[in-house]
Every structure is written in structure tokens, then in C-alpha cells.
Design a protein around this ligand. Structure first.
Ligand code: AMP
Length: 289
């Protein structure tokens, strides 16, 4: 696997790969890789001739400085994991490589915000999705036409990225399932920052999603009722500070909870456990255990 510490060299390489009529699969990451990330890489390797992964901890998407400062970094083990997964090229860069001459406040303001930046994450993590949109636009410019793989784990992010890709053209966004630990906890780079007790408590998010899923299978379609059962599960754990437990129509994103019965429902939760922010979601009716 080739590792390029330069977005412009990565761009040249991708251009050359396409000239050779090879398809490119691309997985953007912030590193500290786990099996969730690797599932995206493996899918890309299966579906494309050449797989590219980026590792860049994007400061624009962190609204809390301490979260950025403590974000896990493991570049050497990341490279080994990517090589073993069949990745062909990984690249990284500095903030100035992506946003030459721009201060953070200006870099985040460059584009029209996508419509999916509305409610939930926007209300609780102001600027986060704008920061995602800004970097993903740059990352897509580096790689060019490709299939780009994203995890459903960050559901609202997938909506933003799809909207952005439709605007830019040439990038086909593929959303892949959330990979979980055996007890249901969604894998996340931030999980390494949980202590043993917190690690147990963290599974409450999955239990809350599961409770809503069960209610859904009994025929309940009222979003507020489905939200309440999730909220009640989270409230059982005093250490969890709930930000939201919400139901949204996945195909018609709205800032507020739908008031009429929902035909399809995405259940989404965000909660803080100590200094670690946890998020998870699922399509109701899809959880089996
Ligand atoms: P991150 O490094 O957190 O920016 O994540 C990079 C990509 O991996 C994003 O598309 C995430 O949605 C995806 N991802 C993170 N965790 C998981 C997971 N548990 N299962 C599947 N995809 C994931």
C-alpha cells in the first residue's frame, strides 16, 4: 500500500488510476481505525479496482476543543490494518493543504449548507456538519470520480454527503451498515476513551434503539411514542446525559419530529457519557437481536 502525505500527490495518483480505466473506491476517515471502518474498506476492495482511504482529523467538525485534543491517533497501526484489508493507497495532509490560506472560521463558511444540516446534530453540535461538508467537498476534489463509502452509524452525515455528492457530480455515495460489538454497542474510535464502567453503560443506546424497534414491530407508528420509549431507556442510566432520542423519516428529513404516523422511521440517539459523546441509530424494523 502506498501512503502519501500530500493531497496533491494523491490527486495525481487518482487521475493516473482513472486514465488506466480502473474504478476507484474511496473511504474517508479520521483514523483510529476499527472494524467499522474496515468494513467500508473491504466493501470498496470488493467493488472497485483501486481503493483509496484518507486519514485526516478534520478540526472543522469538532465543536469542543477538548474532543479534538483527545481524539485518538494510531497512524502506524492504521497503516497495517489498511494494508491487510487490501487498500491500495492511503493519504493524509495538513489543514493548509485542504484550505490554503484560510483560517478555520473562513474555511467552514465557503459553501451553501446542505439541507440535511437541520435539527438533531445541528441543534446539539453547532458547526459540526458544516465542518463535515467543507472537508468532504475538499476530499472529493482530491479523489475525483469514485464510489465513496460511508457508515450508516453517522446517519445525518450520510444525508449531507449524498446531497453534496449530487451537487458536485461524479461521486456515487454508498451507505454501509453499522458494525457493532457483540453486545450491540456501535463501534467508534471514541469508545477507546470509555472506562470499564462506562463501556457497560454505553450499551444503553443500543437497548434504547432495540426497545423502539420492538415497539415498531407491534405496529406503533407514532413518532412521539417511539421517542418516549428510547428516552425512558436512556434515563435509566444517571451517567448518560441525553442530547436527543428522535424519530425521523429517513427519506424526508425534517428538523422536528413528524406529527403524522411514519411509514419508515430512523431512530437516532446522541448522549454524553463523561467526556465522550456517543451516537447511534437504526432503521426501525431492522434490528433482530
Ligand atoms: P470517522 O473516522 O469517525 O470519521 O468515520 C469514517 C467513516 O467510518 C464514516 O463514514 C463513518 O460513518 C464510518 N464508521 C464509523 N463507525 C462505524 C461503524 N461502527 N460501522 C460502520 N461504519 C462506521
Amino acid at each position: 500500500m502506498e501512503f502519501l502525505n500530500s493531497p496533491s500527490k494523491a490527486h495525481d495518483k487518482c487521475t493516473e488510476v482513472r486514465k488506466n480505466r480502473m474504478t476507484i473506491g474511496y473511504v474517508p476517515t479520521m483514523g483510529a481505525l476499527h472494524d467499522g471502518h474496515l468494513s467500508l474498506v473491504e466493501r470498496s476492495v470488493d467493488e472497485n479496482d483501486f481503493t483509496v482511504v484518507s486519514i485526516f482529523v478534520n478540526p472543522l467538525q469538532f465543536n469542543r476543543p477538548e474532543d479534538l485534543e483527545t481524539y485518538p491517533v494510531s497512524i502506524n497501526s492504521d497503516k497495517k490494518l489498511l494494508e491487510a484489508a487490501g487498500c491500495d493507497m492511503a493519504y493524509s495532509g495538513e489543514f493548509a493543504d485542504f484550505f490554503p490560506g484560510l483560517a478555520m472560521e473562513d474555511a467552514i463558511k465557503t459553501e451553501l449548507p446542505c439541507k440535511a444540516i437541520l435539527g438533531l446534530e445541528a441543534a446539539h453540535r453547532p458547526g459540526h456538519l458544516e465542518g463535515v461538508q467543507a472537508i468532504v467537498q475538499k476530499l472529493f476534489e482530491v479523489v475525483g470520480d469514485c464510489r465513496a463509502y460511508f457508515g450508516e452509524k453517522d446517519f445525518q452525515q450520510t444525508l449531507v454527503v449524498k446531497e453534496l455528492a449530487a451537487r458536485i457530480g461524479g461521486v456515487d455515495v454508498i451507505v454501509c451498515p453499522t458494525i457493532r460489538e457483540k453486545d450491540g454497542l456501535a463501534m467508534s474510535s471514541r469508545n477507546t476513551r470509555l472506562n470499564t464502567g462506562q463501556r457497560d453503560t454505553a450499551t444503553t443506546l443500543y437497548r434504547a434503539l432495540f426497545a423502539a424497534n420492538q415497539l415498531w414491530t407491534t405496529g406503533v407508528r407514532d413518532a412521539k411514542t417511539l421517542e418516549l420509549i428510547m428516552r425512558n431507556e436512556i434515563m435509566k442510566e444517571a451517567d448518560l446525559q441525553l442530547e436527543y432520542a428522535a424519530i425521523r423519516d429517513p427519506f424526508n428529513w425534517t428538523a422536528e419530529t413528524p406529527t403524522s404516523p411514519v411509514d419508515q422511521a430512523q431512530a437516532l440517539i446522541a448522549a454524553n457519557l463523561g467526556t465522550v459523546r456517543l451516537i447511534d441509530n437504526c432503521r426501525l424494523g431492522t434490528l433482530t437481536s
